[in-house]
Design a protein. Sequence first.
Length: 227
Amino acid sequence: MFNKRNQLDETLNQMLDNPKFHDYYIFLTETNKITNLTRITDIDSVYYKHFYDSIILSKHLDLKNKTILDIGAGAGFPSIPLKIIEDSLQVTIVDSLNKRIRFLDDLVDKLNLEGVKNIHGRAEELETKNHYDIVISRAVARLNILVELTLPFVKPGGWFVAYKSSNYREELDEALTGIKKLGGSFDRAETYQIDNEESHVLIFIKKVKSTDNIYPRQFAKIKNNPL
Ligand code: SAM
């Protein structure tokens, strides 16, 4: 059974103390037997690579009473673990696969989470532009594409945070022109250790001004002709 406390890591201990993570683990792995949600299923890996990886953001941004949009959350990562540890967070999830949205609706009921809205649709079709305090996304697209699916929805003064693997430098360089065109500014990258083998990075992009209404473009244009 997973239990690797670390006296210096309050975030990790907060996760271990919260029974909702165990309920999430059980529901995720049970549903995964009939519908494809994740390749990772053993308890240690789900806790580290999904739950702990997701909640790392709480070490860097104050999430109290913030509105957060998660683009392509799949089985709920990173936004649902963040909601479990910060109940005042108002979460909107958009995912283009309806079976994942149905799973998330059931999960939200099971865990008794209030203030989570799951939308079946594509990010580039959302109308809530320049609106959210924070937009997050993990494992959805290369950064030069992802910025157009995310930054238009951040309000000026807010943040887009991309969860990436530690070899992010080239991806970031490719995305810098687009970030600027969309009203963003690269702030910093924070590297962190997931377990003994893996390190990941959070890329913080500040929204410095409203995004022009022509963005995001249709997906084919975003993909074939990144900014
Ligand atoms: N973020 C989750 C994670 O880290 O485990 C899921 C990652 S999964 C590889 C990518 C998800 O993004 C899928 O559920 C897919 O349906 C969704 N997706 C891809 N493009 C999207 C778009 N343009 N708008 C909304 N969802 C999208």
